[in-house]
Design a protein around this ligand. Sequence first.
Ligand code: ATP
Length: 328
Amino acid sequence: MELKTIKKIGVLTSGGDSPGMNAAIRAAVRAGFYYDIEMYGIYRGYEGMINNDIKKLDSGHIAHVLERGGTFLKSARSADFRTVEGRQKAYENLKSHGIDALVVIGGDGSLTGAHLFYKEHGIPAIGLPGTIDNDLSGTDLTIGFDTACNTAIEAIDKIRDTATSHDRLFFVEVMGRDAGFIAINAGIGSAAAAILIPEKKMQIEELVDKLKARRKRKKTSNIVIVAEGGKSGGAAEIAKKVHKFLPFYDTKVTILGHLQRGGAPSSYDRLLASKLGVMAVEGLLAGKYDVMAGIINNKVVYTPIKRAIVDDKTVDEDDFRIAKILST
Ligand code: ATP
């Protein structure tokens, strides 16, 4: 692959926001300045690329953002970028600024867009895994996942207080449309009675038996964690079905929802985002194009985007088994 001269790099955040995106932007921009690169902020993801919402960044833009949740570059989903015409317009805008490479921070959709754009227009791009879902291969954890788990656990701890005081049965829905990573982590970390994830189907009868057995053992609070994309339905649906078998329980449903996306990034997410932001810029300068930077076994690795977005990362069987042992 031909090594291109890179003088101007554009950074964008795209898709669902996640805590640590700001830290990743800051790290990429600081690294760019270190290597005498002009850094540009592309606002609102691919939408800003198409609408020419692009600004040259200086150190003032990235002051005091590391510790803030969300993304100061804003994020968006762009239907136009899925079209050839939209991507052509985006390319022309980048050229008008002289931007010759991209750091794209987002989930599998955003990285797919970066891959396609590179194939079509030859703009080198490095993706960073910015999603609370942890559903990207090529990295042990994604930026924002650790914070989202901490937020979920903190909320479940609070729910447990009321669950225990009233002997209530709670169904708590956490995020995770296709992957149960938040559910399994938050479930183990908060001593859940059961964890329902998209990867495994749990029969209602099995769940009911489990809850009955816990009642016999005089467990005073029962919290069932349900990933939003669960095969047996969402928390409300499952609560309704279970209640028919266990009518004596005061059954409640809490959907944690978007609060899991917000908040200051955890120490792990700050570190992960900072390392990957620097490695994204260094990777581009070293000719690593069309790849995602991630951390595996504590080492930064570059994985071809095509490989990173393959939907093959699932909850570890051991984690599932451990959760089962701990909840009996
Ligand atoms: P999250 O995991 O939080 O949902 P994501 O990056 O997967 O984040 P998507 O909505 O799937 O979120 O993708 C973000 C944007 O990336 C889309 O709005 C679109 O602009 C672009 N994108 C996604 N898939 C493609 C594709 N196949 N071709 C071109 N662009 C795409």
